[in-house]
Design a protein around this ligand. Sequence first.
Ligand code: NAD
Length: 435
Amino acid sequence: MGTICVVGTGYVGLTTGVCFADLGNTVVCVEIDLQKLDTLRSGRTPIYEPGLQELLERNLRAGRISFTDDYTLALAQAELIFITVGTPMGPDGAADLSQVEAAANQIGRHLAHDAVIIDKSTVPVGTGDLVGAILREQLRPGVSVQVVSNPEFLREGSALADFFKPDRIVLGSADRAAAEQVAELHAPLGAPVIITDLRTAEMIKYASNAFLATRISFINEIAQICERLGADVREVARGMGADKRIGPHFLDAGVGYGGSCFPKGVLALHHMAATAGCHPQLLQAVMDINVDARRRFVTKLREILGSFEGTLIGVLGLSFKPNTDDMREAPSVEIIKELQAGGARVKAYDPVAMEAAGEIMPSVTYCATAYDVAKEVDALLVVTEWNEFKMLDLDRVQRLMRRPVLLDGRNLYDPADMAAKGFTYRGVGRGLAAV
Ligand code: NAD
């Protein structure tokens, strides 16, 4: 049996590699970041993802997964080659494809036999054709490849569950047999498989992300209206979500979406649309509302404190969502920047993201517990909805604070309870209790 090669061991590549190994495949991962490579070879995962460490150890022990920076070695037996490198946001909003192009060039130069190249990175529509063109330019005579787009829908924090129980597998290719070969690899998962053309598969990923981001911006707009009109957005979302046509997911009002996927995905789709001569008004509104959600949160605090000058503010939760240490486009970063720009000193706690946060926000004081953050602060902000914040002893928190001001950017607490405890409490979109 041929092996699987995974190019790039970030959140997506490492999960993909480890999980395919766990299904019994032999997987070789190729990574150019030597520090990451060292960590992986010593049996440790460089990222925090629940369950991944155990699965990595198990498959290393079984000899089903290995890591290298040597493309010749990685490709030697590979029948299926996944590209899972990063596609960060470029300066003009378009996705930066330099890692994908470099990976395609490397594969083209080192591949010595026919193979299927599967693009899992989120790439603009048309990139599969570009990857095919790069490969064909580099490949030695007689070697041929087929390109398949296989967009990734995993969520950080539940990546393993998402891998093993996907809602669907999307495969796009000009070559049906290649798509079916990739479908076969996924057969043990028992998930529905949608086979389509390359460009449509690439578009499915962007449209899905943009739709989810739209739901979040939609509910944040409703939250703003709820605050003014005295309704409670959590109840509104519950009432809406009970309708099968709507469903309950992605209707949590808060400080907006973040992470490595939604912000760049919506922006890249907007860019693709505008470049193609379309007028993507809804996508623009989705992005504007998201920026606004963070600003309004900070504005609410300014209204209570008057000014941030000389204040000490505590922040609970830094990662862009719970169960990950990923700080990319995390709302906490912009919120903290605004607080500091106004003259506040900031203390913070996050169960796993403080190391990553420290690299981008060295001027924040990081604390060992949520209670340490609460000590002597003029206000406490909940920015990420980690489970442990739901279980805080709020009476203790209040006793520790200098002023009992709590801004709940994730609607974890009940406004009436918080008022009864003596907090000046603001949620998001919580009607009269929130204004
Ligand atoms: P990442 O930045 O965490 O990882 C990319 C990895 O690729 C890095 O380790 C980097 O060193 C390595 N790399 C770069 N160029 C290389 C090369 N030429 N050869 C070998 N390795 C190379 O990225 P990620 O979060 O895993 O995302 C990967 C892709 O998947 C992106 O397109 C992203 O949009 C998409 N995606 C991400 C998620 C997510 O939740 N993170 C979900 C779905 C889709």
